[in-house]
Design a protein around this ligand. Sequence first.
Ligand SMILES: Cc1cc2nc3c(=O)[nH]c(=O)nc-3n(C[C@H](O)[C@H](O)[C@H](O)COP(=O)(O)OP(=O)(O)OC[C@H]3O[C@@H](n4cnc5c(N)ncnc54)[C@H](O)[C@@H]3O)c2cc1C
Length: 414
Amino acid sequence: MAGMPPEVDVAVIGAGAAGIAAARRLVEADRVSVVVLEARERAGGRVWVVYSSAGPLDLGAEWLHSADRNVLAREAQRLGFSVNRRRPDWTTRLSRSGETRDAEEDWIREREAHYWAVHRAAQGPDDPPASSVLVPGGRWNALFDATSTWANAVELDCLSVKDNDRYEDSGVNWRVREGYGRLLTALAGGVPIAFGAAASRIEHGGRRIRVITPQGTLSAARLIVTVPSAAIAGGRLAFDPPLPDKEAAAAGLPLGLANKLFLGFDGAVAGAGDELFLIGSTRRRETMSYQVRPLGRPRINCFFGGRFADQLERDGIEAMTAFAVDELAGLFGSEIRARLKPLAASAWRSDPFALGSYSYALPGHADDRARLAEPVDGRLFFAGEACSPNFFSTAHGAYETGLKTADAVLASLA
Ligand SMILES: Cc1cc2nc3c(=O)[nH]c(=O)nc-3n(C[C@H](O)[C@H](O)[C@H](O)COP(=O)(O)OP(=O)(O)OC[C@H]3O[C@@H](n4cnc5c(N)ncnc54)[C@H](O)[C@@H]3O)c2cc1C
């Protein structure tokens, strides 16, 4: 926690994964003065844990994706967090969700074929939507869309094949038992953060950069902007003089929506062991994925994305709960209804400092990530998940961009 000083060498806007990484590296370099301006009263941004009787609830990021290559997995272990390395059983969830083993094998084959079809399409001169490679009338088309809303927070018709192909998934996914949000809070310790300092305008025409906030104006020699792409595209953070190329790049990388609902569930279900992964429906695009008793805890995590999530967020937690309870009753029988109680739900679209969940590239806009990450005049820098070339949409991708940008800032000051 820090007050906002009138001037610093380097200011960072946003104390999410990217901003924390950048500030840590700058503080460690021990040769520049630094402050992070954070609009909220907490650090972590889209990595946020709250606590409940059923354990920590990660309302945002939960998984250390590509964990064998994940800088935050290394940090978690270095800091003594309890990292659960058991791989989630996502592959065989169809046969647990009402499909036959044959159908599940067919899905696994088709999913592999779809992956390669996207890859081939991405090698061409154009950048069509990922839906263009679907087999017309294909048996699993609704499920391809539903899984895209979980992985990419958007349906395939809005998704660039080139961008999708650039994402590097090693297939190794771990979790932090204490909650991913706790890890980010720990990493933010020792970083000077001014909370409640929402930047509204950046004046970069003069000798020094001026950042306008409700706590006053801050003057800096260098600035790192880590706000979500939607805040730049929508003009919530304005630049003076304007940066139309930057705004256009950010507009090519909108934030999709993925939300979570947590239901308390103090019971056992057949075949659940201490954890079970399921899908509400393999035939509808509007469906949820479920973690029953995640890490053995007495609850069910419900995850849903895309246009369906936008509608449910507008309708509220009661509508989310009613939908999930109906799907779970379809999977387990009606007796389960009385044993489910809503604990919490996220609403990332209406969060004014997130404006959505994670970025995707529109068809034709895969190169906007590099354009967004490009510095302006060697002193105005950009980081955040939307700037990552290969780990976009993730917390570790955001963190990596923060480290890299801080190095570039230090080099520019050398
Ligand atoms: C539901 C959900 C599930 C997810 N699951 C995973 C997962 O399992 N694994 C994974 O790796 N990733 C996951 N993600 C994505 C991951 O959380 C994000 O990609 C990552 O946290 C983004 O970090 P960032 O630093 O780029 O942005 P942010 O975390 O958004 O940080 C930006 C910061 O800037 C602040 N800010 C905004 N505007 C201003 C302003 N004007 N002035 C000052 N401050 C401002 C914000 O408050 C925020 O703290 C998930 C996200 C969601 C929402």
